[in-house]
Design a protein around this ligand. Structure first.
Ligand SMILES: C[S@@+](CC[C@H](N)C(=O)[O-])C[C@H]1O[C@@H](n2cnc3c(N)ncnc32)[C@H](O)[C@@H]1O
Length: 339
């Protein structure tokens, strides 16, 4: 009897090697060294103070991974590496790569225990018992790495989320847990009359202000510090929640959505940016890997549209629509206080 194709198993057996090859080339700054001109393995090895044969193996692997090209013995960045893997690039994804390598990699190594117990792995891996975001923000370096990682992803998704629905009726957006402000920035860039507030934990705001100023939008986007589960929310006719609901339990989500509903004026709405699982719960793969990620790092999970709809209806929202955004790490949901 012919054996089934072993490819799915063989591919997954070594898939982690691909990630680690890219993580290592980023960590050693291979792509940064190649950003202005191609170099040979020996020259790169001298710059990296590394073993020439090992550098050649790493770089040739990056060629096979479509991150480098090799021509006449010289390695060069592909357009994707030049855009996303060079530290000076405005679209640099290195924050998230470093967060993946330095935090997620270790937490994912405990996925079996997470599945057995159904809980995140911060205590098991890092030994401390604190609030979820205290883990991310333990040091200034950890905080910046996490937030800039989120930011780089946000630069891909937010321009699409901001245009997923007609938001022209709204005058003031408040992005709850808005972090670096990328969604508020994208929304204000697409609607010149919109004003916004980025609301987040106090310790996040210096970075929010820095990024908003860099975008030249400090006159239209303010910041406010606080805990969105406690106290009043800044006034707005549109609240947004980008990658917030997937962090929390249904009890915390309904508490937050009720607060938002109560704070909205008539005609107000909430905009949610999350990757939505399809109704079968088995697609897309990106959302499924993210729901496992949520298992090892948070109290939450990814959800189907019908699950978001139920949470929104339970908390009083009406006319709930969603848009699946092609090539975006996030989709969008809009729900109104009243129709
Ligand atoms: C997963 S990040 C998403 C950030 C941003 N919305 C984005 O999409 O890039 C969650 C954000 O919520 C903020 N946050 C967590 N708990 C919060 C709370 N209780 N009150 C206000 N902000 C909070 C975090 O500081 C962080 O910026």
């Amino acid at each position: 009897m012919a054996l089934p194709d072993p490819q799915p198993v063989l591919f997954l057996m070594e898939a982690f090697r691909r990630s680690q090859a890219m993580f290592t080339a980023v960590d050693l700054r291979v792509f940064d060294h190649l950003q202005h001109a191609p170099l040979g393995a020996a020259q790169l090895a001298t710059l990296l103070k590394a073993n020439p044969d090992a550098v050649e193996r790493l770089c040739s692997t990056c060629v096979a991974l479509d991150l480098l090209t090799l021509d006449n013995g010289l390695y060069a960045n592909t357009p994707a590496a030049q855009t996303y893997l060079v530290r000076d690039s405005e679209h640099c994804l290195i924050g998230y790569i470093e967060y993946s390598q330095k935090a997620l990699w270790h937490l994912w190594s405990k996925l079996p225990e997470a599945v057995l117990e159904g809980t995140h792995r911060w205590e098991q891996v890092y030994g401390s018992q604190s609030g979820l975001f205290d883990h991310y923000y333990k040091t200034e370096e950890d905080k910046r790495r996490f937030l800039m990682g989120m930011h780089a992803y946000g630069l891909i998704s937010s321009p699409q989320v901001a245009k997923a629905f007609d938001l022209s009726a709204f005058t003031h957006l408040c992005d709850l847990g808005g972090a670096t402000g990328h969604l508020a920035i994208a929304a204000c860039q697409s609607d010149p009359k919109l004003k916004a507030t980025v609301f987040d934990l106090e310790q996040v705001l210096p970075l929010s202000k820095e990024i908003i100023a860099k975008a030249g939008l400090s006159d239209r986007i303010g910041t406010a510090g606080g805990n969105f589960f406690e106290g009043a929310l800044p006034p707005a006719d549109l609240y947004s929640l980008g990658r917030i609901l997937h962090d929390w339990t249904p009890e915390k989500i309904t508490k937050l959505l009720r607060k938002i509903h109560a704070a909205l004026p008539p005609g107000g709405a909430v905009l949610i940016a999350e990757k939505i699982l399809d109704e079968s719960g088995t697609k897309p793969l990106w959302a499924l890997l993210q729901t496992l990620n949520m298992l090892v790092v948070t109290e939450g999970k990814e959800r189907r549209f019908s699950e978001y709809q139920a949470l929104l209806q339970e908390t009083g929202f009406k006319d709930i629509r969603y848009a699946v955004l092609p090539n975006s790490p996030l989709d969008a949901i809009l729900a109104w206080k009243n129709t």
